[in-house]
Every structure is written in C-alpha cells, then in structure tokens.
Design a protein around this ligand. Structure first.
Ligand code: PLP
Length: 454
C-alpha cells in the first residue's frame, strides 16, 4: 500500500486507537507489539518489517484454505461490482446458491440455513430457534439449555454463558444468563465422571445428560449444545454422540452441534458429527465456510424443525442487517468450490494423521507433554508438570507466556492461552510445513524445560 505510515507509526497508532482482542495495549507498547501483518500466502504471513511467519492456527483455526487465494477474492470482488447488498425483504443469487449448497453438504434433512456473520451469531440464532420451536409446538414451559463445561460457543449474551472454563474469563459480565444447565465434558484425558477409558467416560457423561434432564424436568429443557470435537481437540468415546442423540429424542429436546471450528473438513469429514453417523437438529457453522476471507456463519436447521416456522403467524422473528450478505456468500461459494476441487477433506485425513504422529513424537523427549490428541487437523497438546498426576503448573512459573515467547523466536505466530495448546492450521498445510512447526515446538519445549531444570 503506497504512502502507508511506517511500522513504528502504525504501532503507535494501534496502541493508541485499536482495542484488540484480549490484548493489553500498555503491555504491547512495552513489548514492541503488535505485529502488523501486511500480506500472506498459504500458511505464511509477512509483517510490515518484511519478516515471514508461520500462522500456526491460521487466524482462529479459521483461515482454512490459507492466505492469498485469489479465486475467493475475485468472487467477492465480482459480487461487490454486481450488487454489494440487497433491498429489505429481497435476496440474491449467491445467497440462495450458498443455502442450496449447504443443504447438499449437510447430513440428513439439515436443509434450511439462517445465514449470519459469525459463530457466536450462529449459536445465538440456534438458541432462539430452539426456544421458539417449542413455543410453535405449543410447549411454552421450555427455556433451559444444556451445554458442557469446558466448551466455548461464543461471546455475546446467551452464547457467552454456554459451556465455560477458566480460559474464558466472564466474571465481568455476570449475572449468568437464565436457564443455563451445565453437563460434564467427555474429556477422556481427565474424565470428570471418573471414567477409566474413552468408552467408559463417554457412557458416564452421556448418562449425566439424562440425569440433568430428569432432575430439571424434560418439560423445562429446550436444547443440548456441544461441539462434536472441541476446540481443545477433545474427541469423545464412540458411544457418546449416539447416546446423546437417543436421549434428546427420548425427551423431545433439540440437539445442536456447534461445528464453528470442527466443521468444513477440519476433522477429516465435512462435518465432524459425521464421524458418529448421527444427524443433529441444528448445526452451526462459521470459520471454514469462508476461510475467514469475510465474516459469515450459519445455523442450519432440519426440515422438521424449520417447518414449524412456516406460515405468517409462525414466522421466526430475527434480523441481522448483514445476515446472508451477498459478498460473503459469493466468497463462501468460491471457498467450497476450491475445497471440492482440491479434495481438501482427503488431504486433511492424510496430513492430519502425519501431524498427530509427529506431535506424539514430542512425548518421547519432553516430559511436560502430557497428552496429544485430536482428529484430522484439529489437534492439541496438553502440558503437565507431572505425567503421573497430570498436575498443571504454578501461575508464577509463567509457562504459557514463556512458551509463546520461544515459539515466536522460532518463527511461529502462536498464542497459547492455557496449558492446552490447540493446533488448527490451515487445511492446505503440507507435510514440510508440519515438520517446520513441530521442529519449532521441539526446540521451544527443550529451552523451556532446560530453564525449568527438567
Ligand atoms: N463456537 C466454537 C466452537 C468456537 O470455537 C467459536 C470461536 O472460536 C465460536 C463458537 C464463536 O465464533 P465467533 O468468534 O465467530 O463468534
């Protein structure tokens, strides 16, 4: 860009005027941050001082096809030239064709999409849909929603209070949204229910969902929401999702699968829930639908759910000005076309298995690597101070901050926020790029352990 202020000027302006996600501008000014990214290609981005970095998680595990795909940019540009938006109560070809495409991709009768601009919005819409659905059926008493501890579903009013873990601070925003009910997470590494195997943990955690429903009364519950595979790469034992599906059916409760991160090929299936052959009532998506080229998400509902909203008096009352934005839709159609032409899902199966094996290799030399897990390219390493007890670290050891600094010195843009190091790179990543990332983790962990006297 011609006539751009230099890096120091941009940095000063950023620290004076930009309110960045989860960053402290006083600290950034001290550290010579923020890094200012000017362009990118594949998994790499370049900063304003000419340094090249690997963006390990491709944004928020969201730049699925990598940076610099001109086909997506051109599709968006063409739509901008044709019609940048549409008048109220009309729609446009790209929005219609995207909804049709989603209906073809999604399993079962998940065929009607409410398009939005983010994962949070998709989940907010799903919650509203679920509540309104029960009212359309004449069952007014339902309002509670079951989510799982340790999950993340978004950052506004309702979605903020789904799930929850110490990594997602929300103390400033109390009181808790009404009607939130929390179930255990089927975390096979640390099973809250005491399960000693993935299967045992899955069965105990699914039964706990039923216990909660019975305790609260099925007539008060609207929906259950969970990510088929969590952002911390927790993969439940095989029994879990089919049991939860049966339980929801038994008590007339909607099952919402949050596929914001795990959808669109990330786990080696188009939708992660397809690993377990069940069909949720609503699937929410965002990130991979458009590889973060523009904001877009969707709540995709089963025909049997959506049909309750047909007819003037039954309409779903829900507006977002940017919902179904034609430019985002055009970009998403181009994104999905590339996914299909390049056989991205097949590539994820291959390179994801390779990446996981390489990360498992780190367990040989690094005693602080307690667990390596995940499916496809939704992976995670969990750090522990003691593999036997699975104990974490003391705050004053600053393990995460120190690891982040070291990874940065080895050329990785990577920001761990807890001892669970989530790894969700662009799906286009190559084996050579995997090797580069694993080598940088290896070196950084070695330095950290040496400093800690391990
Ligand atoms: N749900 C899941 C599983 C997520 O991982 C995220 C964000 O990473 C969200 C919802 C919220 O999406 P967004 O940040 O687009 O609002």
């Amino acid at each position: 860009m011609a006539d751009r202020p230099n890096t120091k000027e941009l940095r000063d302006l950023a620290n004076r005027y930009v309110w960045m996600h989860n960053r402290d501008w006083a600290q950034m000014a001290n550290d010579g941050d923020p890094i200012i990214i000017v362009d990118g290609d594949g998994v790499r981005v370049n900063d304003s001082e000419g340094k090249s970095w690997i963006d390990v998680n491709g944004g928020y595990a969201s730049v699925n096809l990598g940076y610099g795909r001109t086909e997506i940019a051109e599709a968006a540009y063409q739509q901008l030239l044709d019609a940048n938006y549409f008048p109220v109560n009309t729609t446009g070809p790209s929005t219609i064709l995207l909804a049709e495409k989603l209906a073809k991709l999604a399993p079962g009768s998940l065929t009607r999409s409410f398009l939005v601009s983010s994962g949070t919005e998709a989940n907010e819409v799903a919650l509203k849909m679920a509540r309104a659905y029960h009212r359309r059926r004449g069952e007014d008493g339902h309002y509670k929603i079951i989510s799982r501890k340790g999950s993340y579903h978004g950052s506004t009013g309702g979605a903020l209070w789904l799930g929850g873990s110490p990594a997602y601070v929300r103390d400033d925003y109390e009181p808790v949204y009404p009607g939130m009910v929390y179930a255990p997470q089927p975390n096979t590494y640390r099973c809250e229910m005491g399960g000693q195997s993935p299967s045992e943990c899955a069965v105990l955690c699914a039964k706990a969902v039923e216990d909660l429903i019975l305790f609260h009364g099925p007539e008060t519950i609207v929906a259950f929401i969970g990510e088929p595979v969590t952002s911390g790469a927790l993969v439940p034992g095989d029994e879990y999702w089919s049991m939860v599906r049966d339980i929801c059916d038994r008590y007339g409760i909607l099952l919402i699968a949050d596929e914001v991160t795990c959808g669109f090929g990330r786990t080696g299936k188009m939708f992660a829930i397809e690993h377990w052959n069940i069909v949720p009532d609503i699937i929410t998506v965002a990130n991979g639908i458009v590889s973060s080229y523009l904001p877009l998400g969707a709540a995709i509902a089963k025909r049997e759910v959506a049909d309750h909203f047909a007819g003037q008096t039954r309409m779903f009352h829900q507006t977002f000005t940017f919902a179904g934005h034609p430019v985002s839709a055009a970009a998403a159609l181009a994104n999905i076309t590339i996914m299909e032409n390049d056989k991205v899902v097949e590539h994820v199966i291959d390179v994801g298995a390779y990446f996981k094996e390489a990360l498992k290799g780190l367990m040989i030399d690094h005693p602080i690597v307690g667990d390596v897990r995940g499916l496809g390219l939704l992976l995670a390493i969990e750090l522990v101070s003691d593999r036997e007890t699975k104990a974490g670290f003391r705050t004053e050891q600053r393990v995460i901050a120190r690891l982040n600094e070291k990874l940065k010195r080895h050329g990785l843009l990577y920001w761990a926020s807890s001892e669970i190091l989530s790894i969700g790179p662009p799906l286009s990543i190559t084996r050579n790029e995997v090797d580069e990332i694993v080598r940088a983790f290896d070196l950084s962990l070695r330095e950290l352990e040496a400093e800690m006297g391990l």
